[in-house]
Design a protein around this ligand. Sequence first.
Ligand code: ADP
Length: 413
Amino acid sequence: MAHLLGTRIMLAMLAAMVAAGAVFLLDADPTAGLVALVGGMAAALIAAGAGDAAAPPLPDPEPAPVIPPIGPVLEAIVEPLLVVADGRVGDANAAARRLLGNHIIGQDVRLAIRHPAAADRLNAPSGLADAAPINLVGLGTLDQRWEMHVADVPSGQRIVHLIDQTGNYAAERVRVDFVANASHELRTPLASILGFVETLSDDKAGADPATRQRFLKVMFDEARRMQRLIEDLISLSRIEAEKYRLPDRSVALAALITDVRSELLDTHDPRARAISTDLAEGVPAVVGDPAQLSQVLHNLLGNAMKYGRAGTPVMVRLWRDSANMVRLSVADEGDGIASEHIPRLTERFYRVDAGRSRSLGGTGLGLAIVKHIVERHRGRLDIASEVGKGTIVTIVLPPAMSSKSNTVVTQDR
Ligand code: ADP
């Protein structure tokens, strides 16, 4: 703008000077020439200003919005999406092609999504944009569950949107199973206690001191079993409630191992004497929650003592590995665990042999608790076992310096 105005004034002034020069040449009167020059310049300036006021330059036009073609937009969406025109698949993004096959473009949409419930909805007349989604089971793999939404767009096309609900269903199933299992685990000892109370209240059975003693012992053991289960359930829910809060204490694992070993020796469990330790020098501390890490040790040592053969050692090792991570392992010499069970051992209430676990005082929650605690500490849990030889459970934790830079990765079971 300023540049344009300057150019105009310059041109006007030039014209005034040319006019004044002409007066000089024609009249040879310097005064008339001077008047012509000044007047011309003033007139030129006024004209330049007036011209500016009369016709302000138009503002720069807004650039026209660039509308990207719909194809790349569809591709950028991670969930399967299909554009349907006249009952045929006009377009489908990569997720939809991966799920239903590359051949679906141009195909009748009811053949593309081979599912009876989907076909009914896709056959239905338009105007169902806000109708409830349809649940599809078995599209893709047999256990996959999808929610299908169909929306009509003004161009006459239909958008079919598939949302993967497999994870949500699995989480819901785990929750329902957990409540059912916990109730069952509590009901069994409770039923046993009630049965014995009833028997003892009978004058005949209750009068015999030996029988009474035996029944009271069973009742005590069952009550203790319920107590352990409730304590583990409370621990699990506390750990879950805190899972996104990073622990903030510096914990020296060597000292913790020594403390837990002494605590176990104090219980006078004969298997506690089998525990020996191999603690490397200079292992860095970890950022942790001492009470939770102590619980990890109790659970792992408890399992090694329970499932290791009588008279065999239980070895606790602590060292720093070549990747500078802190490793703690608990090894026993027992029956071991068949490989097909290993991935499921951290599920709540999963046991290889439920009868054996119960008879040894197990709740089926020990390794689930360990897994949750290790995840809260941004660590990893490895279980290696050989049937007939024994089991080594290792936890890998980041050293204190680097633990805060790790990201949260949790998965509920
Ligand atoms: P439990 O209270 O039953 O011991 P856990 O969650 O601690 O529950 O362990 C789950 C199951 O894993 C156990 O029931 C047992 O079958 C198996 N298990 C755990 N640790 C060992 C081990 N050291 N040796 C053999 N089996 C083990």
